[in-house]
Design a protein. Structure first.
Length: 413
């Protein structure tokens, strides 16, 4: 074969010949067995009369546009095999996730690489085709000779995704295991990109993804999803898995999503959570959603007002998981009352013995737990704040509202 590739549209209907050159049927489907090899086509399903026959890859001598010629004709009737990923039944016209392009796409055709190993031809899945060129092949399939189609399609730009960047959508957990479907590609995505993909999927596919990806990744992605969809995802999951995901979320985000659920579902998830994150979330759930208490996060770094830069650096090491979003430290007196805020960047301009109180912001801006959302957004705008401390009735530090919380509020408005 001059071109070392073959399209699924060309493979379908291809005649299959025995050792004597007699036609025994035509190709109806082809399958990969991922547990054996995730790329090589392992079986060809051939329609012959009233039944389908199974042709193994090692029973084939040659493959070309003129047909498939066997070197072993000891064929068996086809029986459904859950370990097979069939190209027509499971992939063609189905949605897959393009992990590189970070979007959901529909498969129009499949491109195979034609290899010769041990002097015999084999097909290996190379790409899934999603563009106009593949639609053109589908439209003229069986109408024009394949060689004509190849010449005519050269005027249309190709649009395809490498097989290694495709994530198959399979809701059935048992079949996912049999097909060896991995979520490695999804888990490497930015949470916001994964959230966009999730919002484009059906409820069943959303559930399958969140049920099977790492809980920390799931928590980050869920935080980026629209609140209505957040609730539907958690409601669809097993309670234990939902609790694992909520535990990994920031307390304020966890409280927000649980507040969107029915009371019974919310209580069931809380019951499954570990004691510490559970108590933090329960405290936040007591506040109205549009108040400072309902918006604040209880994860922050607080030090005594006589602490030094060296003390602050030690505290940061102990709270390494907060560093990505941390921009302010909070100083309190012996009774926990807020006394000052220190911009994190100022630490790196001073020596270890320097007192943090000397680096504090000139003006202490704080709000009570019952402050309204509108007033809070006004303060962020007026003073160009990155973080706003929240205090209780006694002036003790209760939480912090960060600028990303305000962006989220404005976006949902």
């Amino acid at each position: 074969m001059a071109d070392q590739f073959l399209f699924l549209t060309e493979l379908l209907g291809l005649k299959v010949f025995d050792l004597k050159g007699n036609r025994i049927g035509v190709v109806k489907d082809a399958a990969v067995v991922p547990l054996v090899d995730p790329v090589r086509v392992d079986r060809y399903l051939v329609g012959g009369g009233w039944t389908w026959l199974t042709v193994r890859y090692d029973q084939i001598r040659s493959i070309s546009l003129d047909g498939i010629y066997l070197r072993d004709e000891n064929l068996t009737p086809y029986h459904s095999d859950e370990y097979m990923l069939r190209m027509v039944r499971d992939l063609l016209d189905q949605q897959v996730i393009d992990a590189q392009g970070r979007k959901v796409v529909r498969v129009n055709d499949v491109t195979f690489e034609l290899r010769q190993e041990n002097s015999f031809d084999q097909l290996w899945v190379l790409e899934v085709d999603i563009g106009i060129r593949s639609i053109f092949r589908r439209v003229v399939q069986g109408v024009l000779p394949p060689r004509w189609v190849r010449r005519l399609q050269t005027r249309i730009p190709p649009h395809s995704i490498r097989w290694e960047f495709c994530n198959i959508l399979e809701p059935d957990p048992r079949r996912r295991l049999r097909l060896n479907i991995s979520n490695r590609l999804l888990e490497k995505m930015h949470p916001a990109d994964l959230a966009d993909i999730v919002e484009d999927l059906s409820p069943q596919d959303r559930e399958a993804i969140f049920e099977n990806i790492d809980s920390e990744v799931a928590a980050e992605a869920l935080s980026e999803v629209h609140p209505n969809i957040q609730a539907s995802i958690l409601e669809s999951l097993e309670t234990q898995k939902a609790a694992e995901i909520v535990e990994e979320m920031a307390p304020d985000e966890a409280a927000d999503v649980l507040a969107e659920l029915g009371e019974e579902t919310s209580e069931e998830i809380l019951e499954e959570m570990e004691r510490e994150p559970k108590s933090e979330v329960q405290e936040l759930l007591e506040f109205e959603e549009d108040t400072a208490g309902g918006m604040m996060n209880t994860e922050y770094v607080v030090l005594r007002e006589n602490a030094t830069v060296a003390d602050a650096l030690q505290a940061l090491k102990a709270h390494e998981e907060l560093l990505e979003s941390l921009n302010t430290l909070f100083l309190v007196d012996g009774e926990g009352r807020l006394r000052a805020t220190v911009p994190l960047a100022r630490l790196f301009l001073h020596e270890g013995p320097t007192r943090l109180a000397t680096l504090a912001a000139d003006t202490l801006i704080e709000v009570p737990v019952n402050e309204q959302q509108e007033r809070i957004t006004e303060l962020f705008d007026k003073y160009n704040l990155l973080a706003l401390p929240v205090v209780d009735q006694e002036g003790k530090m209760a939480g912090v509202i960060t600028v990303d919380d305000i962006i989220s509020v404005l976006r949902h408005k």
